[in-house]
Design a protein around this ligand. Structure first.
Ligand code: PEP
Ligand code: MG
Length: 568
């Protein structure tokens, strides 16, 4: 048993197939006719583009547009005028096409590999893939063919490239183990998109395994079992069976609307922290974005993202969601989220201090930058602005006033922008709950943030293990607050959602269905699970559970009862 990086959860068990490529070697030489050599390169480049385009279309047909886009990106990378110029100069200077290509690609690989940013480092893998595929065309070497695989194959490779996997018979792949790659590598993205358990970063996997060996892959914990003994085999087989049954059950819900057992339609959307999470959102079939935590755009850097940077991130998310709702929360800094370059003062009680909308309204110039970027991005999709940590109407009014003014500004300057961009309130303070009736008259929507709401109602720090026993969404005080907020939203006919972790809690589902929650915003990986879960409940049954639960008097009694009601 060896530990690697668990990159795609699930249990795989099957027969090893070592994916090793023919060595791509050549002897550098000086061609007699550089012009003819350039033509040889150009012809190979054309073949590359045609093959890559067809692989991308193949991916699109599998509804794997993320991989399709990566492959189309390869064409653009090789078309890059700088890259082409480097290659042409080398050929003119006496290099053969292979050496010229290799030198140009290696330069990019070195630059990308040295980056601090993991995603940029992963781009080195793209260039390596481009280089290998181009060299193979130039040298007439056939590609690895994974289009016909025996059932229950575990692929063992140094790294799985998009080109290797483009025609892969994915339904016969039980697991993936690679020597290279991290959680955001192509192998990881591909494995997750296809729901194949994968462990990456097992540096000597190709030496440890031989073709035909039995291999167990636990993509959640990151363990790989090379030739498991009888006992391990039996356990893995049992876990694999349970995993497949769960997948099968969840797959029925892909591409379906989210509806309760008696047909009430519900919106099931995802929480994200950056445009990088879109791949997960699309792969898991979310119906939009219910919470984009924009503070992540402001973190891990030395200065505020500019209006253009923010605009481009928001626009990217809106465009990727093709008109589906995208709720973007304005900067929620403070509390446990520190952004050092903002130079915020140290506070005795940061969770009760200058946090979120309070900080933003005290720094109106920076807030305007964000709101303007949002108003502009709203021209490209169904963007809705959400304001965190509201405690009073005045805060909501101030933000709405700013948004309307910025819309007018954009109109006057002929800048594309959204009209009447909805402004909603995150309900996460006791004050917001108590005045939910008033807020509902002026907010365009509510989203209940149970993570904070629980801590503020129970006066129990959400990050303090010493009071963890008090922090419970099942506490009658929290549940009454949720019920009240939903009722106030219904009264005013505004949509009400939930974006705290509790939205994906199967034990709470009957309560939320009974109260009439309209929208559930959950981590992308929970989408199908929540859809499956909501489909189990009809109004009558949910109401019966809710009536019983709401009459119980302690968090523990409610938890025990509701967990006992969870439908498998
Ligand atoms: C919440 O408080 O429930 C929430 C979703 O926001 P965060 O976890 O980012 O504070
Ligand atoms: Mg919060």
């Amino acid at each position: 048993m060896v530990k690697g990086i668990g990159a795609s959860a699930g249990i795989g068990l099957g027969t090893a197939l070592l994916v090793t490529e023919q060595p791509v070697t050549y002897t550098p030489h000086t061609p007699e006719d550089p012009a003819a050599e350039q033509q040889r390169f150009d012809a190979a480049f054309e073949t590359f583009c045609a093959r890559t385009q067809s692989m991308a279309e193949n991916m699109d047909q599998r509804s794997d547009t993320a991989q399709g886009d990566i492959l189309r990106g390869h064409i653009l990378m090789l078309q890059d005028p700088f890259m082409q110029q480097q290659i042409a100069d080398s050929i003119r200077g006496g290099s053969c096409a292979e050496a010229a290509l290799e030198a140009a690609c290696d330069m990019f690989i070195t630059v990308f590999s040295a980056s601090d940013d993991e995603l940029t480092r992963q781009r080195a893998a793209d260039v390596r893939d481009i280089k290998t595929r181009m060299l193979k065309i130039l040298l007439n070497i056939e590609d690895v063919d994974l289009s016909h695989l025996p059932a229950d194959t575990v692929l063992i490779a140094d790294e799985l490239t998009p080109s290797m996997t483009a025609g892969m018979q994915a339904e016969h792949v039980s697991g993936i183990v690679t020597q290279k790659g991290g959680k955001t590598s192509h192998s990881a993205i591909l494995a997750r998109a296809l729901g194949i358990p994968a462990v990456l970063g097992v540096s000597d996997a190709l030496q440890q395994a031989a073709n035909g060996d039995l291999i167990g892959v636990d993509g959640g914990s990151g363990f790989v079992y090379f030739r498991p003994d009888a006992q391990q085999q039996a356990k893995l087989a049992e876990q694999r069976q349970a995993y497949l049954q769960r997948l099968h059950r969840l797959e029925q819900y892909r591409g379906k609307a989210t509806v309760t057992a008696d047909g009430r339609q519900i919106e099931l959307v995802a929480n994200i922290g950056s445009p990088k999470d879109l791949e997960q959102v699309l792969a898991n079939d979310a119906e939009g974005i219910g919470l984009f935590r924009t503070e992540f755009l402001f973190m891990d850097r030395d200065s505020m993202p500019s209006q253009e940077e923010q605009f481009s991130a928001y626009k990217q998310v809106a465009a990727a969601m093709h008109g589906k709702p995208v709720i973007i929360r304005t900067l929620d800094v403070g509390g446990d989220k520190d952004i050092p370059y903002l130079g915020m003062q140290r506070e005795e009680n940061p969770f009760l201090g200058c946090r979120a909308v309070r900080y933003c309204l005290q720094h109106p110039q920076d807030y305007e930058t964000q709101l303007r970027a949002l108003v502009r991005a709203a021209a490209y999709g169904d963007i809705r602005i959400m304001v965190p940590l509201i405690t009073g109407l005045q805060e909501l009014r101030q933000v709405k006033e700013m948004v309307r003014r910025l819309e007018q500004d954009c109109a006057q300057q002929n800048i594309p922008h959204g009209e009447h961009v909805p402004v909603g309130v995150m309900i996460e303070t006791p004050a917001a709950c108590m005045i939910a009736d008033l807020l509902a008259k002026e907010a365009d929507f509510f989203s209940i943030g149970t993570n904070d709401l629980t801590q503020y109602i129970l006066a129990a720090d959400r990050g303090n293990p010493q009071v963890e026993y008090l922090y419970s969404v099942y506490h009658p005080a929290v549940l009454r607050a949720i019920q009240h907020v939903i009722a106030c939203a219904k009264q005013q006919n505004i949509p009400v959602g939930m974006c705290g972790e509790s939205a994906s809690d199967p034990a709470l589902a009957p309560l939320l269905v009974s109260f009439g929650l309209d929208e559930y915003s959950v981590t992308p990986r929970s989408v199908l699970e929540v859809r499956a879960n909501l489909a189990q409940w009809n109004q009558t049954e949910a109401d019966a559970v809710a009536t019983h639960a709401m009459a119980l008097d302690t968090a523990e009694a409610v938890r025990e009862y509701l967990q006992g009601c969870v439908k498998a």
